[in-house]
Design a protein around this ligand. Sequence first.
Ligand SMILES: NC(=O)c1ccc[n+]([C@@H]2O[C@H](COP(=O)([O-])OP(=O)(O)OC[C@H]3O[C@@H](n4cnc5c(N)ncnc54)[C@H](OP(=O)(O)O)[C@@H]3O)[C@@H](O)[C@H]2O)c1
Length: 290
Amino acid sequence: MYKPLVVVTGKNGQLGWEIAQLKVLNNFQFDFLFIDKEEMDLSNPASIPAFFKQNKPQYFINCGAYTLVDKAETEQDLTRAINATSVGVIAAECAKIDCTLITISTDYVFDGNGTSPYLPNQATDPLNFYGQTKCEGEKLAVENNPKTIVVRTSWVYSVHANNFVKTMLRLMKDRDELKIVADQVGSPTYAADLAEALIKIVEQLEGGNIHYGIYHYSNSGVISWFDFAEAIKKMAGLTCNVLPIPTTDFPTPAKRPAYSVLDKESIVADFGVKLIDWKSSLRKCIHDLK
Ligand SMILES: NC(=O)c1ccc[n+]([C@@H]2O[C@H](COP(=O)([O-])OP(=O)(O)OC[C@H]3O[C@@H](n4cnc5c(N)ncnc54)[C@H](OP(=O)(O)O)[C@@H]3O)[C@@H](O)[C@H]2O)c1
């Protein structure tokens, strides 16, 4: 039986790994090929066409990225190659074989001066180099392949790989007190929920519900990093004292947006993706980590 091929990059990252864990993949209408650096090195854009000579996917989900936001300020050539140039090449290769590209981007494309949720078509103005390259990647993807969907997300965590939730759990066990920034607000995203949303989009496209363009996805709810840390502590039953601090007390090489809440209405309206409350997903993650 013919099954469309879905290629997923970043198989060892939070999101790529969560897509591979989805139970539904076992008896699914698609074939999946999960890849990482060995199969496609995003730091070497010129090597990408060779992959497409061997593989002709119908859908390409790009979860691979350079995600070390602070290090990106100094590793600029590498960051741009992975987050922008390669995404452009992937999009061009996808266009040649009529393949739909879904590429993941970030809330860090916005400057964070907003006071209401950012709409997908709102002007971008990244504060840091990582955000700048993700923004460039979005543009190249859309320009090079008309069948492109950009899904911006925020504050991603998972049971797998490194993230804020796992770092908090480790530090809260080791320390009596932690100071966490309280004046940056946004919405966490459980990578498992985003993974399901992406597969839902692929199913919808395959079923003939066709939309392209920029979309937003995160869990629902708006909190600060301090609120997030407090909730992690409570749900994990830890006793560490968590203190709120302003961003000015925690300087980092890369600036972060103060407000990075994404408006998710269009992904719900166009693809029927379900939004899940951040608290219930965090509870699930902490339960699974135990
Ligand atoms: N994490 C967040 O809070 C966050 C927030 C907003 C948006 N996003 C976006 O969401 C997407 C998924 O993020 P994530 O959290 O799953 O990231 P992640 O855990 O850091 O995973 C990134 C993946 O990219 C791969 N990668 C890095 N360099 C590569 C290269 N040269 N060639 C091929 N693959 C390479 C990594 O491989 P190795 O593991 O082998 O290095 C890893 O599998 C990314 O587009 C990211 O920008 C993330």
